[in-house]
Design a protein. Structure first.
Length: 464
């Protein structure tokens, strides 16, 4: 087992047993960066030299018996929305934001306090406003699963996060999720992504898209790694040291399978794979329960006309960063401009619809333990196809549709790979649980992963 395939738990133990050094671990990440980054372009800012120095210091501390936390020595990439001291924040825009945006908030401080080397800042869609992953200012990271020489999108808005994991330059990645921005790149790149309940972790010193719906999130190479990292960080942020419960099998698990909405316009090969996967779960002892997600169409109608993201981003730009308005990516600018004339009544109406939906969905999770759907309806499109505005709009909505519901209804959710489509591209399964049920969600995902295997075991490795 190499450092690129070993679990975070295993690497954590190897570092403390002295059979692996933080220097060696970071050096392997730097070598992978040097080999693959010229093609894949995951990073806006590479911090390899500083991270290597920190790794050397970590080895010295571990030899003295000083252990600062589970993530000590684990190379981690950070989406370029987070403030990290001495690293510029561009938020996917054409210019660096003022230096006060570099302050570390609670999520980044949880990494820094554990001495997790930060490998750098990964690319994002400008101000996180898009699910495809494109960026007109800095280019779009290449999905490592691109086939036949085509540049396929990596998913957004955390567009460089999943790519950094697959190229092996980081073993954990921080992203954010407002409508799917962690789960979409996880699904498109065959990695795993966890969207937290809103307000579980602080959004402080993270450039906002929608302060109402934004959540920090994690991407990792497996659900097991997600669980390890979530517990390590949550203990620092919320002082919660409880572990993810162990679920040994799926016997008796009640899986809600929506009969509507989430299957509309899904690519036939993706639908077939997801339904076959759900049937496997039933054979393994789970019960598939047909369900109706109340208020689903109503909250999605709000999302389709800009949701809360468009007016809240418009407010940020007009009041805090007005000089950025004329520099925006055209795909972002058209939605910001559309929201600039919204009335206060319309904004409050949208919030009311979402509050009602969140309340109405709560009883569902007394009937089922988890709801499962395809993460994304379509395969990752080519970057060339996304140059046309109409094609971009259509693909962006289809990409965000299934994932956005968890944000709009205030649920927690994760995406995990379950196989490949007819083109050999990864397909993700979305799991959704009730608000603040992250540990249950991770427990279920980890049990499934033990039966199915990790993404690497199912998909192999991309040709990079």
């Amino acid at each position: 087992m190499t450092t690129q395939t070993a679990s975070l738990q295993s690497l954590h133990q190897q570092l403390r047993d002295g059979v692996l050094s933080a220097h060696t671990l970071m050096q392997a990440c730097a070598q992978n960066y040097a080999q693959h980054e010229p093609v894949l372009q995951a990073y806006k800012h590479w911090n390899g030299a500083a991270a290597q120095k920190q790794a050397d210091a970590i080895d010295s501390l571990l030899k003295q018996g000083i252990d600062l936390g589970p993530l000590m020595g684990i190379p981690t990439s950070v989406k370029d929305l987070y403030g990290v001291p001495e690293m510029p924040v561009f938020a996917g825009s054409s210019h660096a934001l003022p230096s006060n945006w570099q302050q570390a908030g609670p999520v980044v401080r949880s990494l820094l306090s554990q001495l997790a080397p930060i490998t750098g800042k990964t690319h994002t869609v400008e101000f996180a406003f898009g699910g495809i992953g494109t960026n007109a200012h800095w280019g779009t990271p290449v999905n490592p699963w691109s086939v036949q020489g085509e540049h396929r999108v990596p998913g957004g808005s955390s567009s460089g996060a999943g790519v950094s994991l697959l190229q092996g330059s980081a073993l954990l990645a921080l992203g954010t999720d407002t409508a799917g921005s962690v789960r979409i790149p996880a699904s498109f790149t065959g990695t795993t992504g966890l969207k937290l309940s809103a307000q579980l972790w602080s959004n402080q010193h993270i450039v906002p898209l929608s302060p109402t719906l934004d959540t920090p999130g994690l991407l990792a190479r497996s659900v097991e790694d997600l669980a390890f990292a979530f517990c390590a960080m949550d203990s620092r942020i919320n002082h919660d040291d409880s572990a993810v419960p162990t679920l040994h099998n799926l016997q008796g698990l009640r899986i809600g399978v929506p009969e509507h909405f989430f299957w509309d316009d899904v690519s036939p090969d993706i639908e077939q794979l997801i339904r076959q996967t759900l049937n496997k779960f039933e054979q393994w002892g789970a019960t598939l329960v047909p369900v109706h997600i109340p208020h689903c169409n109503e909250v999605y109608d709000v999302f389709k006309v800009g949701g809360l993201g468009a007016p809240e981003l418009s407010d940020l730009l007009h009041n805090s960063l007005p000089e950025w308005l004329d520099r925006l990516d055209p795909m972002v600018q058209m939605r910001v401009e559309a929201a600039s004339t919204m009335t206060s009544n319309e904004y409050l109406r949208r919030r009311r619809v979402l509050r009602t939906g969140a309340e109405q969905v709560k009883p569902l999770f007394q009937m089922v333990d988890v709801v499962m759907t395809p993460t994304i309806a379509i395969a990752p499109p080519t970057i060339e196809a996304m140059r046309q505005t109409d094609a971009y709009r259509h693909a962006n909505l289809l990409t965000l549709r299934n994932t956005s519901i968890a944000n709009l209804l205030d649920l927690c959710a994760l995406s995990m790979p379950v196989g490949a489509d007819s083109l050999g591209l990864p397909v993700g399964l979305q799991l959704m649980c009730a608000n603040r049920q992250e540990r249950r969600l991770l427990s279920i995902g980890r049990a499934i992963e033990k039966q199915l295997g990790t993404g690497q075991q199912i998909l192999g490795t991309p040709a990079l």
